[in-house]
Design a binder for this molecule. Structure first.
Ligand SMILES: [Zn+2]
Length: 375
């Protein structure tokens, strides 16, 4: 999906990805726990023990964040909203929805599930700390559990801040949506809250910076910038979805498509098609029947000396569900398909015949036109 993430596991049919930025934070968390937090709570232990405790606490923190994201996802799935993945980011995670929730009530339940899980975990760790203390368990275990109590509480509270796209912002949006009966307006207001909050974080970070707390300052500025961008993009997504809802592939696709014959050799293909038309892929046909798609990428895989002896049909991506859409599909769904396969174009076919091609650029151009007209 994303080049800055890699897949870790699949749970409940949901692939879990880790964004590389998470490792920076993991390192920071372990370092600050091993050198700051645990030496203060358990000063009698050796340094190696502090590192071990820090690693264990970080793993439990990771599991807690995962539980938070999964409770969002499971509620979403129970309400027929497919989740095609979870990515863990710098501070928490994102569950990838391919559709917006159908009603304010669904959005509300979904958004509430995450913080509810964090508070539940905080209560569990608090209970564990208290009970195990009674049993006289070693102090270092209690320190780890106590840290997780605090962190889960903090994650729950942070996510309840009413700025979209944080969970609190989603709750706010659900309420506004219910009130105004207009998801676009609700999202605009909730994003505005998100941006205001991001601005406060950045200002607070700058104050810290000038007061000499470099790390705290940068930390707040960093989270603020991240939130600001998130608020912007999620609003634009809503606007785009609203503008494109009900638009079918047929009305956006390009009808005159340059196709290549299946038996053409690669050397001719490069000269007569790739250089001439400057597209990065072409549909491959034989007597009107669509056979597949030939990409520049596949051509580059073949050594130049072999070009006169290899035909397009031999190295094309064969026709499959993956590269084809029906003309009746919603453009929004087609875009989601492009995103999920990481390609900017899809073939539009009917009974094995090519009738058009849909590109991301076509859709974005239509959206820009619509936005201009509505201004
Ligand atoms: Zn959440």
């Amino acid at each position: 999906m994303n080049h800055r993430s890699f897949k870790l596991v699949t749970l409940f049919n949901i692939p879990v990805e880790i964004n590389y930025s998470w490792f920076i934070i993991l390192g920071l968390v372990i370092f600050s726990l091993a050198r700051g937090y645990f030496p203060a709570t358990d000063p009698e232990l050796p340094e190696a023990a502090h590192w071990l405790m820090a690693a264990l606490a970080a793993i439990l923190l990771f599991a807690s964040l995962l539980a938070h994201e999964f409770s969002h996802s499971l509620v979403a799935m129970r309400n027929n909203l497919p989740i095609h993945g979870i990515t863990l980011f710098v501070f928490g995670g994102v569950a990838h929805l391919s559709k917006e929730p159908a009603s304010p009530a669904v959005e509300f339940k979904m958004a509430a599930a995450g913080p509810a899980m964090s508070f539940f975990l905080a209560a569990i760790f608090f209970g564990l700390t208290q009970t195990l203390y009674g049993f006289g368990l070693p102090g270092y275990i209690l320190s780890i559990f106590n840290y997780l109590f605090i962190l889960n509480l903090a994650v729950g509270v942070f996510n309840l801040i009413p700025g979209f796209p944080l969970d609190g912002g989603r709750l706010l949006r659900a309420a506004l949506w219910h009130f105004f009966r207009d998801i676009k307006r609700a999202t605009r207001l909730a994003s505005l809250f998100g941006k205001t909050f991001a601005f406060i974080l950045i200002a607070y970070g700058l104050l810290n910076l000038f007061a000499g707390s470099l790390i705290t300052g940068l930390w707040f500025i960093f989270i603020g910038l991240f939130l600001q961008e998130a608020a912007d993009t999620s609003y634009q997504q809503i606007v785009m979805k609203k503008a494109l809802t009900g638009v079918r592939v047929e009305s956006v696709m390009t009808r005159s498509v340059v196709t290549v014959p299946s038996e053409i050799t690669i050397d001719k293909l490069v000269d007569e098609y790739f250089f001439r038309f400057r597209y990065t892929s072409f549909p491959v046909v034989k007597d009107d029947a669509l056979l597949g798609l030939i990409t520049l990428h596949a051509v580059k895989e073949i050594e130049k000396e072999r070009w006169p002896r290899v035909a397009a049909a031999e190295i094309m991506v064969p026709l499959s569900e993956k590269i084809v859409v029906s003309k009746d599909l919603d453009v929004i769904d087609a875009l989601a398909k492009m995103a999920s396969i990481g390609s900017g174009r899809l073939l539009v076919a009917e009974d094995h015949k090519l009738i058009g091609i849909l590109t991301q650029r076509d859709v974005i151009r239509l959206f820009e036109l619509k936005a201009r007209i509505e201004e």
